[in-house]
Design a protein around this ligand. Structure first.
Ligand SMILES: NC(=O)c1ccc[n+]([C@@H]2O[C@H](COP(=O)([O-])OP(=O)(O)OC[C@H]3O[C@@H](n4cnc5c(N)ncnc54)[C@H](O)[C@@H]3O)[C@@H](O)[C@H]2O)c1
Ligand SMILES: [Zn+2]
Length: 382
């Protein structure tokens, strides 16, 4: 089973990826805690628990059953008020410093649980057991935790690494197709920024990956995690290198904001944003055309990406709000070739506008193609 060690100045932990992992959860928790006694508290949502709860519980002995706490699913519950409910529930259940929290869900549950673990009794340990592709390849790794405010996403939180990440790729079998495809855009990102081999694997095995083949998915998750872990190890607090993880996200975030965070999944917005960033690379002569075409082709291959309606001018204005932008100058991550990106800080409004217009034109062309080919829409994969 692939296992990756993430070492930062503040933490060192294992990320294990593979099929059949949840059955070994109790044994792994015990190993993590050594000889110390602990009480497991598992945080999840009713939907996910309905699908996988029995399997998770079957691994735990009678005396060691976890206390299960539920939060409703959805980004709109990633708020301080949800955190307060959980804090009160932990206290009411008598959780003390021996508590060990387990985040069993997608990125929303992972981000909330990580923050909960950071603040309950000034900190208790936690483990990530991510259940979506996005959470397995991205959000469970790196220690960023937190919740949203009215003013914006992820504005409150802390850096808090888990004791371990245990990503069971069997769990992806119940994930809606669109969630799988959207999460894979982050894997494409990982390939573009740092791993040409992963990129080629995604090119050659799209059918198996998209049909949910566990072996192929395990390979993709492991390679994507390796990229993220490597970047985070070199720059834990996002002062430099970690910015490359933002490839596709500058315009991606603007697209999400312009559409009220409702129409597109995050990964879909990142897909469009990555296309725009790649176009910027071509416009600047940073990446050659053939290489850029391969990137754009792969992004669309893992579609269909939900289309959006937003004026290019609006998207460009919204990029100014991106919290990753330092001191007024806009940073863009542009591909140089597959596996290598550079950070450019002098992209002009006009250049952005051109790249956004080009991307929207491509989106329209793709939409027209789809309409000519009935029956090529979304299928649910089981
Ligand atoms: N901390 C980080 O570094 C980081 C990085 C990227 C994203 N994020 C955060 O992650 C969140 C998005 O995460 P997400 O995409 O996993 O969304 P999510 O947690 O909302 O999950 C998506 C949907 O899938 C369902 N689901 C989860 N697992 C399932 C399974 N195995 N089978 C069937 N359905 C399942 C959930 O109930 C939910 O409806 C955002 O809040 C984002 O800010 C954090
Ligand atoms: Zn992302």
């Amino acid at each position: 089973m692939p296992s990756i060690q993430l070492k930062t100045p503040n933490a060192s932990y294992e990320i294990v990826i593979g099929s059949g992992l949840i059955k070994t959860l109790p044994a792994r928790l015990k190993k993590l805690k050594g000889s110390k006694p602990f009480r497991p508290f598992l945080i999840t949502s009713p939907e996910i628990w309905g699908l996988w709860g029995r399997q998770v519980l079957s691994g735990f002995g009678k005396q060691e059953q976890p206390t299960v706490l539920f939060i409703p699913s959805g980004e709109k519950h990633k708020r301080l008020r949800t955190l307060e409910v959980l804090l009160e529930q932990l206290a009411a259940a008598g959780a003390d410093r021996d508590a060990l929290l387990i985040a069993f869900g997608g990125g929303v549950i992972g981000d909330i649980t990580g923050f909960l673990a950071a603040i309950y009794m000034r900190g208790v340990p936690y483990v990530q057991s991510p259940t979506t592709l996005l959470a397995q390849v991205d959000s469970s790794v790196g220690g960023k935790t937190g919740v949203n405010l009215e003013a914006g996403k992820n504005l409150v939180g802390s850096f808090n690494h888990p004791l371990a990440v245990l990503a069971d790729t069997d769990l992806l079998s119940t994930l809606p197709d669109a969630e799988l495809r959207a999460g894979l855009q982050e894997s494409i990102k990982a390939g573009v920024i740092r791993d040409p081999k992963l990129f080629r694997y995604l090119e050659s095995n799209a059918e198996a990956i998209l049909s949910g083949d566990v072996k192929a998915l395990t390979q993709v998750v492991a390679s994507s995690v390796r990229v993220k872990a490597d970047v985070v190890a070199k720059d834990e607090r996002e002062s430099g290198l970690r910015m490359i993880l933002n490839y596709g996200h500058t315009l991606g975030h603007a697209i999400e904001a312009a559409t009220g965070y409702k129409q597109l999944l995050h990964g879909e917005a990142v897909g469009w944003g990555s296309i725009a960033a790649t176009r910027l690379g071509v416009m600047r002569g940073i990446v050659d055309k053939a290489e850029a075409e391969r990137i754009i082709h792969l992004i669309l291959r893992y579609g269909p990406l939900t289309r959006f309606k937003a004026a290019p001018e609006k998207l460009v204005s919204l990029t100014a709000n991106d919290k990753k932008n330092r001191s007024g100058s806009l940073s863009f991550v542009l591909p140089q070739k597959i596996g290598e990106v550079i950070i450019v800080r002098d992209v002009t409004r006009d250049e952005m506008l051109q790249a956004a217009e080009w991307t929207i034109a491509l989106m329209r062309k793709e939409g027209a193609k789809k309409r000519e080919k009935p029956g090529s829409g979304r299928k649910k994969r089981r």
